[in-house]
Design a protein around this ligand. Structure first.
Ligand SMILES: [Zn+2]
Ligand SMILES: [Zn+2]
Ligand SMILES: [Zn+2]
Ligand SMILES: [Zn+2]
Length: 355
């Protein structure tokens, strides 16, 4: 298994390197190799669970170890990989992450079918290359975050190599400098008028606009250079009272004193008294014991003042939460036959019966 995992990750890194190298002169190949790299990283995560998961279930082929080892098999596509990560590995992607990767995959198909060599002169024009860079930086931001946090233990032996290619890819942001130069004065003016700007986690320019109104509330950030946007949260450091920003996730550090903050901090800030389900539940003490089905974090979902729900770890928003009929736990995705088959946290009546 390990050999298959290693080979897939090494391939993924190779493709990413080629994608970076090809960007300016052969953007078509950059798009294709970038997309392959993302799919390979997801497949590597599947292979870490079990090698047979990278074989597509859409044909009638029976997963054959020797064929997988020699590469002679039809592998899962992006959509199937994402489904298997969710259902089998139970470490799926959020909707937002899937959308970002799906866009990359669609552009790959377009590049393969419609990008003729004859057009390559136009295609390497600055505008096209800038659009590709924006898309790749944002997709890589998401993938890099997954690889170095949620899947960190799986990719531990590969993190150094991943960091190297991360540094290399980040240098592409220089191709966006022309956009930054164009909006720099406007940023300065807005900044002087009180709008907060900070460094963008995707393109690194000081062009991330914070559209915030109140402290301890969720709001949007968006980047004027690369179009990166995320739900964020703003509060004050409990240690030095400096402003702290959680960009798209429930973990951050105070830039002034270095104090670390976690999702619990946000849960406490936005908690508005017992929610509807807690009132009806006996013996409920924890105020945020709803599990998130987007990021698989436990106890991270909290009811907000408008009666909807927000995960304080991945910042995903939910209209409803659902109770498991077997263990009484709550989760953010609708459960079917939960009395029998359980939820993400329990195996339901059938699991209990087996023991
Ligand atoms: Zn940006
Ligand atoms: Zn501080
Ligand atoms: Zn979440
Ligand atoms: Zn359950």
């Amino acid at each position: 298994m390990d050999k298959i995992f290693d080979r897939i990750v090494d391939n993924a890194i190779d493709f990413l390197n080629s994608s970076v190298d090809d960007l300016k002169d052969k953007p078509k190949y950059s798009i294709i190799n970038f997309s392959s790299s993302i799919e390979l990283f997801l497949k590597a995560r599947l292979a870490a669970e079990h090698w047979s998961l990278i074989v597509t279930s859409q044909t009638k082929q029976v997963p054959d170890y020797s064929k997988v080892k020699s590469g002679d098999f039809q592998s899962v596509n992006l959509k199937e990989a994402v489904t298997k990560l969710d259902k089998t590995v139970q470490s799926g992607l959020s909707d937002n992450e899937f959308k970002v990767f799906d866009k990359i995959s669609k552009h790959r198909n377009k590049a393969v079918h419609f990008f003729h060599e004859a057009h390559s002169q136009d295609s390497s024009s600055d505008g096209v290359v800038q659009e590709i860079v924006k898309e790749q930086l944002i997709a890589w931001y998401h993938l890099y975050t997954i690889l170095t946090t949620r899947w960190k233990n799986i990719f531990l032996t590969k993190l150094d190599a991943i960091e190297l290619v991360n540094q290399k890819l980040k240098t592409h942001n220089e191709l966006l400098r022309i956009i930054y130069e164009r909006i720099k004065d406007q940023i300065k003016a807005e900044n002087a008028a009180g709008t907060i700007y900070s460094a963008c986690p995707s393109c690194s320019f000081e062009s991330l606009k914070h559209n915030l109104s109140n402290i301890d509330e969720f709001y949007e950030v968006n980047c004027g250079v690369c179009d990166f946007n995320k739900v964020s949260f703003y509060s004050n450091c409990t240690n030095c009272n400096n402003s702290i920003f959680f960009i798209g996730e429930g973990q951050t550090e105070c830039t002034s004193c270095g104090e670390s903050f976690y999702p619990d901090f946000i849960s406490e800030k936005i908690y508005h008294g017992p929610s509807q389900y807690e009132v009806t539940r006996e013996g409920a003490t924890a105020f945020n014991d709803i599990n998130c089905d987007e990021c698989w974090e436990n106890n991270s979902v909290v009811e907000t003042s408008d009666g909807s729900y927000r995960c304080t770890s991945c910042f995903e928003h939910f209209d409803n939460v659902y109770e498991c009929e077997w263990c009484g736990g709550y989760t953010t995705s609708e459960l079917e036959y939960s009395y029998l088959s359980g939820c993400g946290e329990c195996e339901g009546h059938s699991g209990w019966h087996d023991d």
